[in-house]
Design a protein around this ligand. Structure first.
Ligand code: YH5
Length: 273
């Protein structure tokens, strides 16, 4: 069971989180209002395609991306959150001020690439009833891909996530409100990412549902030779592998295609005899 404010997900089948980037490069045409409307319409389309929850991000955390101010991030995401009343919403942010405003605006999940290591962020989630995704990363988005190093990536990521679960429990956040995420691409080489995906079962067995975000990431480009716009098939394959290895939620761009792939997985799993 995953408890996200007024929404309860039973996790009897894998969930699909649809990605909506509320950044200027994502919806490029005339002005702020059009951009917000386009993001809202796009999120509604992803729900129709079978998404269970929408992840809205106002700041790119891709390797090397520019930072934005709290004010700019809020101007990007708040109108979109407000325009999606009734839809399960996750906000992809590591800024406590943005979390606070987003919770007040009615979001259902905080997707924190910093895993509530900022005390203010921990307190905002603890004082609410929203879910939280605790993600592992090494370093920060500006520099994390320069020289990632691990002695044993799976056990180090596992130890970090276990410690973040304990910290969140100690702050009063119920286990039913938590997700963990190995953070594919966040301070990891291709080798590290592949080991994490291969051994994902180990992390998925920690008593908290696991979210996997592999969609269109560089590791898929490194394997297939395809640029970001041509990674759909690789992304669907990676999502299915993650689910087969225990992931409860997959964070994806290509909702319709992923939902179809997971229907096949669900069909064979539900067949008795
Ligand atoms: C994640 O894994 N990722 S933002 C680079 C790409 C394509 C996609 C080079 N937020 C995650 O999606 N939140 C992001 O091509 C996330 N887990 C969670 N919980 C990066 C991203 C991307 C980066």
């Amino acid at each position: 069971m995953l408890s996200c404010a007024q929404f309860q997900f039973d996790l009897s089948r894998p969930l699909v989180m649809g990605i909506v980037n509320a950044t200027p490069d994502s919806f490029s045409d005339g002005g702020l209002y059009n951009r917000h409307d386009a993001a809202i319409a796009y999120a509604r389309q992803l729900m129709e395609e079978g998404a269970d929850i929408i992840d809205i991000g106002g700041e790119s955390t891709r390797p090397g991306a520019q930072a934005v101010s709290v004010e700019e991030e809020l101007a990007r995401v708040l109108p979109v959150i407000e325009g999606l009343h009734g839809v399960p919403i996750s906000i992809d942010t590591f800024k406590p001020e943005v979390m606070k405003a987003a919770v007040a605006a009615g979001v259902h999940m905080i997707n924190d690439i910093n895993a509530l290591q900022d005390e203010a962020a921990m307190n905002i989630v603890a004082g609410s009833n929203v879910a939280v995704c605790l993600m592992h990363k090494q370093g920060n988005p500006q520099t994390m891909q320069q020289q990632p190093e691990y002695a044993d990536v799976v056990s180090e990521v596992g130890a970090f996530l276990r410690a973040r679960i304990e910290a969140a429990l100690a702050a009063g956040i119920a286990r039913e409100r938590m997700l963990i995420d190995p953070g594919f691409g966040f301070g990891k080489t291709l080798h590290h990412n592949l080991l994490l995906l291969r051994e994902l079962n180990e992390l998925a067995g920690m008593g908290v549902p696991l979210l996997a975000g592999l969609s269109r990431k560089s590791m898929l480009g490194a394997i297939t030779g395809q640029d970001t716009q041509h990674r759909m098939a690789a992304s669907v394959a990676a999502a299915l592998i993650a689910v087969q290895r225990g992931a409860s939620i997959v964070r994806v761009h290509d909702v319709k295609e992923t939902v179809d792939a997971l229907k096949i997985w669900n069909a064979i799993r539900g067949e008795k005899g």
